[in-house]
Structures are given as structure tokens and as C-alpha cells.
Design a protein around this ligand. Structure first.
Ligand SMILES: [Zn+2]
Length: 327
């Protein structure tokens, strides 16, 4: 046993303890939102995933009319948009699996037509969990080719410290595309287009062109710091570029549905894009000047932004961690 190996061990232990503390602190924030989980000790990433899914799934569904045949459902997962009409229903995203009974009830409230089309904005569980039961009832699931690939693999999501096994074959998209795809359903004209690696490498937006409604997927979190999934190709620079692309599709009357957060306008998206560009530049400077992750967090680069953006899932320190790791 020499002195150097003792030093290395101590440093590694310290790093592990730091990582565990950060994950634990985040989990405490998840748990605080739902009393039921406050006393349940969870230890492994797989167990945390079960708890996280249940916590999200417990949220009620709220309904908002966007147009005569377009409805926004929000609550237990990423925002869902439903297009109704004689061709059957079309859904953009599907909530988490524990919300399936509530989703069925909400859809029954919109009419008796079956769901014929499902679109996934990206591979994450809170957008794709109900692919399988919707497909079993007759829907075809459409997504970017990378969504099918990513869903077919096991993943560990950094920062959140969640573990996902490969999805069963019945949950995978039946149709995929690479760059963009048009769709004519219920008198509406939809444009689906890939956003280069941003929140993940699977992201698409869905533009309902006649109704002037834009579902951005998780490239846009309204009013809060976003999650960026570096483990499946997400990049901070792509988030800024993606937000700029989305801005170019919107006019002052566009109803914008973010992946998470309230329905909003082009002005809200512009504020988010500006915040993201600022965050990108500040953390880039810290990283390129040689600052470690912990030093970058200690520099508190987002203190002037935290009041507006740091009250969602991630505070300023957690967002520095996300940005630094996806530059
Ligand atoms: Zn996501």
C-alpha cells in the first residue's frame, strides 16, 4: 500500500460520494412533489425509474382546446396533442404508462373514433410509454428512425440517474423517417421534421400547418431549464440551434406546445432561445478556460437567470451540470 494509491482511492471515493449526493438531492426534489414517495427508500437507478414514472403518472390530465379539432392534454408526461376527425384520432406523444387509464378516459371524452395515428416527438419514456397499448388498439406509431433505434437499446440517463431496459418490440414505432415527412389527416396538413441532435438525437417537431399549432417536443421546455440527454446524442449547441429553427416556423399567432410547460407564444420561445444561448456561452467560456465541472458549478454562472428558469425540475447548479456535460 503506497501513499499515492491511498490518495487516488480517497479522491475516487469523494467523487462517488459527490455524484451520489447530487442524484440524491435531485431525487429528494422529485419525491417532495408527491407525499407517497417521501418515505420510500429507493436505491438503484431501476428503482428510481419506477418511482419517477409513478410520480409523473400521478399527475391529473388537463384539457385545453387549441382549435375545433385539436386538443392539448397535459399532465402525466410530455404534452400530448390530439387531432380528431373522420379519419380517426391522431396523437402526438402518449404520457407515461401509469397514466394509461386516465389517457383512455380523456380520449373517450373527445369522441368514439379510434386512435389511428401516434407520433413520438423523441424516444423518452414520458412521450412513448403508451405506444404499445395504443398500437394494440389499432394505431400506427410514426417517429424518427433514431427513436426506434434508441428505444431498442438499454440506457442510463445521466443527471437523472434513471435506467431503462430496451422497449419490447410491440412498443417500437412501426413507421420511421429520417429528415422530414408530410401527413394529411382529418383535413389537416402536418409537417414532421427532424431537429439535428438537440435534446436527444431522435427529436422531431410536429407542425399542424392549417391550425398554426407547433408541437416542439423537448427541444423546448417553457419557462424552465430543460433536460438534455447527452447519453443519446443530446447537445447544448443543438438545443440553441433547434430553438432558432422552431422560431423560424412560428408567427405571432402560432400556438406553441412545448414538450413540457404551458402552451405559449413565439415571444416565450424567443425568451427561452435567448436564455439557452446565454447559458451555452457562459458555460463554454468556463469549460474552455480549463474549469472542471465542480469549479464551473461553484462559479454560479446562472444567478441572474435562476429566478425565472430555475424553479422547475432543475435549479441553476443542476443546469450547469447538464450544459457542461453536453457541450
Ligand atoms: Zn425528453
Amino acid at each position: 500500500m503506497n501513499r499515492h494509491s491511498t490518495v487516488r482511492l480517497t479522491r475516487r471515493e469523494a467523487l462517488q460520494a459527490g455524484g451520489a449526493f447530487a442524484a440524491g438531492a435531485l431525487l429528494e426534489r422529485f419525491r417532495a412533489a408527491t407525499h407517497g414517495y417521501a418515505q420510500q427508500p429507493t436505491t438503484s437507478p431501476a428503482e428510481r425509474t419506477v418511482a419517477f414514472r409513478a410520480q409523473i403518472g400521478a399527475t391529473p390530465i388537463q384539457t385545453e382546446k387549441l382549435a375545433d379539432n385539436l386538443i392539448l392534454l397535459s399532465g402525466p408526461g410530455g404534452n400530448v396533442v390530439v387531432l380528431t376527425g373522420p379519419d380517426g384520432m391522431l396523437l402526438v406523444d402518449t404520457f407515461v404508462s401509469p397514466a394509461w387509464p386516465k389517457l383512455q378516459e380523456a380520449l373517450r371524452g373527445l369522441g368514439t373514433a379510434p386512435v389511428r395515428h401516434v407520433i413520438n416527438t423523441h424516444w423518452h419514456f414520458d412521450h412513448t410509454d403508451n405506444n404499445a397499448p395504443l398500437h394494440a388498439l389499432g394505431a400506427t406509431v410514426l417517429a424518427h428512425a433514431n427513436t426506434k433505434t434508441r428505444m431498442s437499446q438499454p440506457h442510463h440517463l445521466a443527471i437523472l440517474d434513471l435506467q431503462f431496459p430496451p422497449s419490447p418490440a410491440v412498443a417500437l414505432p412501426q413507421q420511421v423517417f429520417k429528415d422530414s415527412q408530410g401527413l394529411q389527416v382529418n383535413g389537416e396538413s402536418l409537417k414532421l421534421s427532424h431537429v439535428a441532435p438537440a435534446h436527444t438525437d431522435t427529436d422531431i417537431y410536429v407542425h399542424f400547418e392549417k391550425a398554426n399549432v407547433l408541437h416542439t417536443g423537448d427541444v423546448f421546455f417553457n419557462g424552465r431549464y430543460p433536460y438534455i440527454d447527452g447519453s443519446t446524442g443530446g447537445r447544448m449547441s443543438g438545443m440553441v440551434a433547434g430553438a432558432t429553427t422552431l422560431l423560424g416556423l412560428a408567427d405571432d399567432h402560432t400556438k406553441i406546445v412545448p414538450g413540457h410547460g404551458a402552451r405559449c407564444t413565439k415571444a416565450d420561445l424567443a425568451r427561452y432561445r435567448d436564455m439557452m444561448a446565454t447559458a451555452h456561452d457562459r458555460v463554454s467560456k468556463l469549460k474552455s478556460s480549463g474549469k472542471s465541472l465542480e469549479e464551473a458549478i461553484a462559479a454560479k454562472p446562472f444567478t441572474d437567470l435562476d429566478d425565472k428558469w430555475g424553479k422547475g425540475r432543475f435549479d441553476g447548479d443542476a443546469f450547469v451540470r447538464i450544459v457542461y456535460s453536453t457541450l
